[in-house]
Design a protein around this ligand. Structure first.
Ligand code: M6R
Length: 606
């Protein structure tokens, strides 16, 4: 989603800003821009589309200056045009902004009445214009920024640059992350510490409500009430982002193939007998728990849905999986003995963060499972655990999903054991099952060419259905999400048993169904649903093991034979061909699978 970068130093700012924006590229954006100050003048260059358009523009029409701010925008208010791209400026102020200004209409009306004018469709533009009004009234830089943020409703991270002052970037943070990076007579500002990889390791995280005046030699931070305050510097070990595809055509394919390795690492971390006791979550009252809320968005929400089955079966705890964006708005009840588990690859997803804050406000027990342990959720949550997926660049979540599943499964088993719902021998048997996952994953990755043939078939239809029962139901939901986001084929996932309650009316020759049916206790029932589809001429692609495929023996359009696995871990194994299916279908359709249209890697607005 939107990304912010700022630089104050002794070198030319524009190449540094551009390079840092490249590090934020993977988050998803549709326009970009930078502003610098040279000889006391603000100079801005902006371009719609990819960053290369901005770098081409800067070659044709360079800007100078050793201070600057840059932004990648993911359109919310107004189309992805040059005009709507950030930075937005008034006479003397230039601004980049992440988040949403909810009261922008009222502010705009007020400013127009005062004689100020606007040139974009964005909510952001009210910020520099409002700040300009306060400067025009004679307020200082600090006073103008503070008066401006006091009038804003919504959620934001903002950088202000002032004409004639080439040693000041003012920052404001409410709801969206913002960090300061410290160098020698140099300061950096970013919305994501990862953007500073390779530039500095010394980071100050602004807290919610903070503002800061950053110059080359110092950063003065003010708390919510605008009183000067101190925030600690942390030494953060941010590995330089690996932006190489290492021989793969796309990051998505590379990340799908990284699964045996990262899953092995995740398994190693959750397989020791008392692994939970050595984590920060050890102080949670597992024995007294009465229920688990599982919250996330998109793919993470489907990981939660899978885990709800595990918590009920292994830890004998009611597991309620819910879409994070709905949780706080229905005033969900948090009981004192509930544990709310938040699942997020980025740790920055605004909807999940809002649900976490809601639980914290109610003093509920909370635990976040994250891939980014220097994220806002890691900072704000009471406990967090890593999922060990390493950096995921492609917008489609693949290895993060399966690693989330491993940690959730490890957690369900550990809590089951702590609560005496699992005997030691049962625990050991389950761990044995889990230990085979990396090898099984490798076997499934070897089926990629077969999956490509199925993708060729699927790519010719405008719609697709994914069905499954039990743990294959949330797996079907994830398969459908993956296909729709990468191939733009309209796809829906549903419980196989639901088909006859309405959706079956869609079935016809041109509406294929992907059936997830391992040969387990639910196989016969799912088989009946398959027969119902066939009777209505619906094409079927069956994903099963050798027994299941043999049982159907050639009655389907395609079948993919997966290894026979314990039903507990089937969601992990069956999601891999679904990732490959989405990938190959997108590639066959000639789409940009790493940057699907309209999507962002990290969704930082509600
Ligand atoms: O960073 P998060 O795990 O919180 O992100 C949640 C969703 O936005 C994310 O899983 C999204 O659905 C992916 N594009 C799915 O591939």
């Amino acid at each position: 989603m939107c990304g912010i970068i700022g630089y104050l130093g002794n070198n030319e700012a524009s190449p540094i800003l551009l390079e840092s924006l490249r590090r934020l590229e993977y988050r998803g954006y549709d326009s970009a821009g930078i502003t610098t100050i040279h000889r006391g003048k603000l100079q801005t260059r902006k371009a719609a589309g990819r960053l290369v358009n901005l770098s081409d523009l800067l070659v044709r029409d360079p800007i100078r200056g050793a201070i600057g701010i840059g932004h990648t925008r993911w359109a919310t208010h107004g189309k992805a045009t040059v005009n709507n791209a950030h930075p937005h400026s008034s006479n003397n102020v230039s601004v980049v902004h992440n988040g949403i200004i909810e009261n922008h209409r009222e502010i705009k009306k007020h400013l127009i009445l005062k004689g100020y004018s606007f040139g974009s469709e964005t909510d952001t533009e009210v910020i520099p214009v409002l700040c300009q009004k306060f400067l025009d009234q004679g307020c200082s830089y600090k006073g103008s920024v503070h008066k401006t943020v006091d009038m804003l409703k919504g959620q934001f991270a903002i950088c202000f640059l002032f004409e004639k002052n080439d040693d000041l970037i003012f920052l404001a943070r409410r709801g969206s992350p913002l960090v300061i990076g410290h160098g020698a007579s140099t300061m950096y500002v970013a919305s994501d510490a990862l953007a500073l990889a390779g530039l500095t390791k010394e980071i100050t995280y602004l807290e919610d409500g903070d503002t800061a005046a950053v110059s080359r030699n110092k950063a003065t931070i003010y708390s919510k009430d605008h009183q000067e305050t101190k925030r600690p510097k942390s030494i953060v070990s941010i590995n330089a982002i690996d932006l190489h595809k290492r021989g793969f055509k796309h990051f998505m394919l590379k990340e799908i193939h990284e699964q045996p390795k990262v899953l092995a690492k995740a398994i190693e971390n959750v397989s020791a007998d008392n692994w939970l006791a050595s984590t920060s979550a050890s102080s949670l009252p597992f024995k007294e728990l009465e229920g688990i809320n599982l919250l996330g968005c998109g793919t993470a929400a489907y990981a939660c849905a899978v885990a709800s089955y595990w918590f009920e079966n292994l830890a004998k705890l009611p597991g309620r999986a819910e879409i994070a964006s709905e949780f706080k708005y229905r005033n969900a009840m948090i009981k004192p003995n509930d544990l709310s588990i938040f699942v997020s690859q980025s740790g920055e997803t605004a909807d999940t963060l809002a649900a976490l804050r809601y639980v914290i406000d109610q003093q509920g027990h909370n635990l976040s499972l994250l891939n980014n342990l220097i994220s806002t959720m890691a900072k704000e949550g009471t406990h967090s655990l890593p999922i060990h997926a390493d950096l995921e660049i492609s917008v489609a979540s693949t290895k993060a999903f399966t690693c989330q599943l491993i940690v959730l499964l490890g957690l369900a088993l550990a809590i089951g054991k702590i609560r005496n719902k699992l005997e030691q021998h049962e625990y050991n048997e389950f761990q044995e099952v889990i230990s085979h996952i990396p090898a099984l994953t490798n076997i499934v990755l070897g089926l990629s060419d077969e999956v490509r043939k199925i993708a060729q078939f699927i790519s010719e239809f405008p719609n697709a259905l994914f069905i499954g029962r039990g743990l294959m139901y949330p797996t079907a939901l994830e398969g459908a999400l993956k296909l729709k986001e990468i191939s733009y084929i309209h796809s829906e996932g549903m419980a196989a048993g639901e088909l006859k309650h309405g959706p079956i009316s869609l079935i016809e020759k041109s509406f294929p169904t992907i059936v997830l049916a391992p040969s387990d206790h639910l196989f016969e029932k799912t088989k009946s649903n398959m027969v119902e589809i066939q009777s209505r001429n619906g094409p079927i692609i069956l994903l099963s093991d050798a027994d299941g495929v043999e049982d159907i023996s050639g009655e389907v359009d395609f079948s993919l034979t997966l290894p026979k696995v314990h039903s507990l871990v089937a969601p992990i194994i069956y999601s891999i061909p679904l990732q490959l299916l989405a990938y190959h279908t997108g590639v066959i359709k000639g789409l940009d699978v790493d940057n699907p249209r309209h999507l962002a890697k990290s969704v930082t607005v509600e």
